[in-house]
Design a protein around this ligand. Sequence first.
Ligand code: HPA
Length: 245
Amino acid sequence: MLAIIGGSGLTRLSTLAVAHREVVRTPYGDPSSTLLFGEVAGVEVVFLARHGHGHTIPPHRVNYRANVWALKQRGATGILAVASVGGIRDCSPGDLVLPDQLIDYTAGREATYFDGGEGKVVHVDFTQPYDPGLRAKCLAAAAAARLPLRDGGVYGAVNGPRLETAAEVARMEGDGATLVGMTGMPEAVLARELDLPYAVICVVVNHAAGRGDSAQAISLAGIAQVLEAGMSHVRTLLDHIAPAW
Ligand code: HPA
């Protein structure tokens, strides 16, 4: 069963015919929201709202460990995440991007299940942070839906909740980041630790700080508008991806 983690702008999935909801408790605390089980395009999926159903949990307070654990425990065999991001390079507001790499700039988050209680030290391979099989399904679905989904990008994960300075974005670009967002890590690595294929569809909702029309400031009103339009494309994409999983 495919799990969908919705971010800002996707706290509800209007195309989901909800069959039941479950409150799940985990050894790591409570997930962000109840899990919604139902069908998208006739196929069973489970949906979790990363910031809570009322969008009340900021990115640095999301209990990523509880979220990913709960999905695995309730039968997810893969996670497709949706996230809004700022565009640093090779993209513009309104674009959908499927990154193939990430750089982690976050700090102070609970970022592993292997915290020393296992009686041995555990390392996971993370060379390719996003699952190639799930990415391929996303690209095929986008082609079938005739929606442009950019293949490849480097997601720079930052703590937030503040946005970046122009100099921070310039540094990130120098590092190779093409997108910047606040929730991409540790979500991706936690899925890897639990052997869950994971990919993220990014909706570019603004030029990153200091770029394009964000040269002087980022317009938060502008973000809200682009988010709305972008997420309606994401819903269409999910209708095509769910049956392919
Ligand atoms: N920076 C960080 N996170 C974001 C941005 C941004 O510009 N836009 C949407 N999420």
